[in-house]
Write a protein that binds this ligand. Structure first.
Ligand SMILES: [Ca+2]
Length: 483
């Protein structure tokens, strides 16, 4: 029998997934529609269905609707996703796709000085004009612009790439109004309208029957690779699969923007974080040159995140790996490369071999504060947390000197009862936080990994070498401790 492994599950038991269940119903079950109040959704779908109406609706109405939606579903799924679908189906742009870009991962999110002190050089009217003309032209004038030429010369020098190659490839870039639009920050949510953070809502979106089912399919078809990579790196194959599931739904949702267009636009027509995007653009051009692929052929999110793990180009350059040994790193079409790259990212960020990310504990807000918790690094040890009053829930198979952090996940149940679940996070949890700094994100990845392990009945385990009547060895690098 499936016993609840820890508090989260006993409070909100998952309906066991029937593998044969139609995905449509799984999707419906996981849909935000069940949880968002009707008026907000009606407003949202009206806006989505009628862009003409939206153009005329008071901006405050649009903003309020999006803000309410965002507050209800504070997830990696962008609240404007529904509107994007409508935008794209109505836009004359052939190149941009809307269904991607639901997870602009934290790889794209370091707070830069440029973000705090935005340089303002593009006027909205200019952008609008450009946007209009972009509908009718297929090639932009980027390479005719002096600042672009200067930039390409510096990239050529810095990366050792022939200028002619850069100029020829970049000449194919087009301005992407949607990249600019979706990257522009939305107005700050009204405090009064923003409910408290709720892990239950967040997690429901990311850990659901569809992602579990598709994840098991993904593991089945990549089992050999996952086992090999787990053996090599010590990073849990369930966790790698879970990240790919959260980031791109196992490759279904990698974004359909031309990365070249997105990064050129964000580097030269959107100056809020130009330095950051120009740096990503040079990594991207470097990657394409070294890997011998045409930059214009690469698709990704509106912010330029690529492939199964939605890596930004700098991360792709730093952590990308060739998982199938064909000499190329293709994290878009090649699942082995995607797996090896995500595992390598976690390894390079300190995933300790065979460790699980989270162990349930009892704690309080006072303890959380007293231990200076809340960061993304393991700032304590198991012993120091226990000394501060943290008590394990069930077994805590960690050495006292093991590096650790206290993790809090606030939740609000349907009956409005509130609480906070606490966990001891290991360096494995911290490694996931390097992907995205949110505890909710990393905990949802951990829970999805746990469900993948449970519901696949430990598919990562090697089959017993001999029919000795013994069951297979213990899980080799699972995710959430079972008390
Ligand atoms: Ca490869």
């Amino acid at each position: 029998m499936h016993t609840a492994p820890f508090a989260l599950f006993s409070r909100r038991p998952y309906t066991p997934t029937t593998r044969a269940a139609p995905l449509e119903s799984a999707r419906a079950a996981s849909s935000v529609r069940r949880f968002a109040p009707v008026p907000t959704l009606v407003a949202l779908f009206v806006l989505a269905a009628a862009p003409g109406l939206r153009a005329q609706a008071p901006q405050s109405f649009v903003t309020t609707t999006l803000t309410s939606y965002a507050a209800l579903e504070p997830t990696a799924v962008d609240p404007a996703a529904v509107l994007r679908v409508a935008d794209v189906s109505n836009a004359a742009e052939a190149s941009a796709g809307a269904q991607g870009a639901t997870t602009e991962t934290s790889l794209a999110k370091p707070q830069t000085a440029a973000e705090k002190h935005p340089a303002k050089t593009t006027k909205p009217e200019e952008a609008k004009k450009r946007s209009k003309s972009a509908k009718n032209t297929t090639v932009s004038d980027y390479v005719e612009r002096a600042e672009v030429q200067a930039y390409l010369r510096s990239v050529s020098e810095e990366k050792g790439i022939p200028y002619e190659w850069l100029e020829r490839e970049v000449a194919l870039a087009r301005y992407s109004p949607l990249s600019e639009k979706y990257t522009t920050p939305k107005p700050k949510a009204d405090k009064k309208r923003t409910p408290d953070k709720n892990f239950i809502l967040y997690e429901r979106n990311l850990v659901n029957a569809e992602r579990i089912d598709r994840g098991i399919d993904f593991m089945e078809r990549n089992l050999e690779t996952l086992r090999r990579v787990e053996k090599d790196t010590g990073v849990s194959g369930y966790a790698v699969t879970a990240i790919i599931g959260v980031e791109s739904i196992y490759g279904r949702n990698m974004g359909r923007f031309r990365v070249l267009d997105a990064l050129m636009t964000l580097s030269f027509d959107y100056t809020r974080r130009a330095n950051y995007y120009r740096s990503e653009l040079s990594s991207f051009l470097d990657f394409c040159y070294r890997q011998d692929v045409a930059p214009v052929s690469m698709t990704g999110s509106f912010a330029g995140a690529l492939g199964l793990g939605q890596f930004m180009p700098a991360s792709l350059n730093a952590y990308g790996r060739d998982g199938d040994g064909d000499g190329k790193i293709d994290i878009v079409k090649n699942e082995a490369d995607g797996i090896a790259s995500v595992a390598n990212f976690l390894l390079e960020h300190g995933w300790p071999r065979g460790k699980r990310p989270l162990y349930p504990v009892n704690a309080t807000e006072a303890i959380f504060k007293a231990t200076n918790s809340g960061g993304i690094h393991t700032n304590a040890t198991v012993a120091s947390l226990l000394a501060a009053g943290v008590t394990p829930v069930g077994a805590l198979p960690l050495a006292p000197d093991e590096k650790a952090m206290l993790v809090n996940l606030p939740w609000i149940a349907k009956d409005n009862t509130r609480g906070v679940d606490y966990y001891i996070g290991t360096d494995a949890f911290s490694a996931i936080l390097r992907y995205n700094r949110s505890y909710f994100y990393a905990a949802a990845v951990t829970l999805l990994a746990y469900e993948l392990e449970e519901q696949s009945k430990g598919i990562m385990r090697e089959p017993p070498a001999e029919a000795s009547g013994q069951t297979a060895a213990a899980p080799s690098g699972g995710t959430v401790a079972k008390p």
